[in-house]
Write a protein that binds this ligand. Sequence first.
Ligand code: XMP
Length: 515
Amino acid sequence: MANPQETVLILDFGSQYAQLIARRVRELKVFSKIVPHNIPAAEISKESPKGVILSGGPASVWAPGAPKPDSQLFNLTVPTLGICYGMQLMGQMLGGEVSKAANREFGKADLEVDEPDSLFDGLPKTLVSWMSHGDYVTRLPAGFKKIAHTANTPIAAMAHPAAKKFGVQFHPEVMHTPEGTEVLRNFLFKVCGCRGDWSAQSFIETTVEEIRKTVGKSKVVLGLSGGVDSSVAALLLHQAIGRQLVPIFVDTGLLRKGEKSQVVETFQGHFHLPLVVVEAESRFLKALEGIVDPEEKRRRIGRVFVECFDEEAAKHPDVQFLAQGTLYPDVIESRSPFGGPSATIKTHHNVGGLPKEMKLKLIEPLKFLFKDEVREIGKLLGLPEKMLNRHPFPGPGLAIRILGEVTRERLDLLREADHRFIEELERSGWYSKVWQAFAVLLPLKTVGVMGDERTYENVAALRAVVSTDGMTADWARLPAELVEKVSNRIVNEVRGINRVVLDVTSKPPGTIEWE
Ligand code: XMP
């Protein structure tokens, strides 16, 4: 289907930078989509893209089994830009020559521009460029000219302006190529003729239209956790189909202090969504009775969650769709780089395993968005700042922050300690500086003294980390005065905790959560 907005397709040859290319293009207000490298040319045509970008990749064009695009790709009239490996493919497949470079180039190189039009229009004669390659184009294909070189790469950029085909050996998408964005801007606006009218607002408008068309008069269920993704998905769907949306909030009893009331007040009170609240605390606690193994906790919580959700969804007979707040990185990461068009895309589940007989179709309105784009859309839809900027919270909730058995008493204890930690982080401005912060309840008691009394109570650990994606993390260097204040408040105000410790472990080797 042709895209409702102007779109650039990025063919992914396994580059670690494919996502970055997509980001850069969107920052220039052109919608971009990463597609498998071997997408048939006919499918590309069907999407009517304004341009196609071939990403870099780890392979050599000479390697057996090296990923190649459909041979008809270069017969399309669509403007095409090959980056690094993408340029080499273009060179080789169009009849030029690609060779092993005598001097492999990694890192910064001065790029000398030979032809200052099109891609390098308006840019200085010498640019800093970022290179990372072992092969390069040594003979141009017919009709191409060299438009830039470096000391080690005689053809560092090439162009066939009439055919609107370009290749660059350097990486314009990385920040180490300071003028890279301008090179991409020239490609998008001067070569592809894009208008650059993609924005969060235009996304909302086109998506609302699409949802209406897809859903018709039927109903859509959605698991609303109160996290950014499911919240934004809910607001978008609500704007599109109003009360045909059935948002289901499962109170697992494993949530943080005030979380349930915040979700109810925001979505029922403020936005008037027909929120269904499933009270399931006892059910979850029963399933967790006597369980100390972290994986077993996760399994049981997942199972009970699905049961609760299914039971509720089954009460709405005209439901035909299940909506999820899946984001683009989830979709890309779960697609194997060389899997091709049929590669399975994981549907990232908060909710899984709906009964087969329900035969729900999936709607994922955010599946082409990055997290910051989702936040921008949430902001436009009026989602309160506090919910927009919430730290990630794991599906199994506080159960994996209580080491040992999960009981109602221990949940209450942890909720109170965690609440004080978060409150102090917010007051001091540190909440937004860390990726995640929370308290953990240890399965230990230690001796203390309060007044003249000996105490023998629980230990809480404070965990705060900085991270960009949760894959790696470092412990946050919170000011000692702040830690002191949190520790004093917890020990003085939370009856049942008499000691606070600070986790100073990075990931790896630690994980962010303790279980
Ligand atoms: P770890 O502890 O593996 O966590 O360093 C990385 C990120 O993932 C979150 N996390 C989970 N999220 N279900 C989730 O939805 C889970 O079972 C789960 N375990 C960890 C964690 O909070 C952190 O943001």
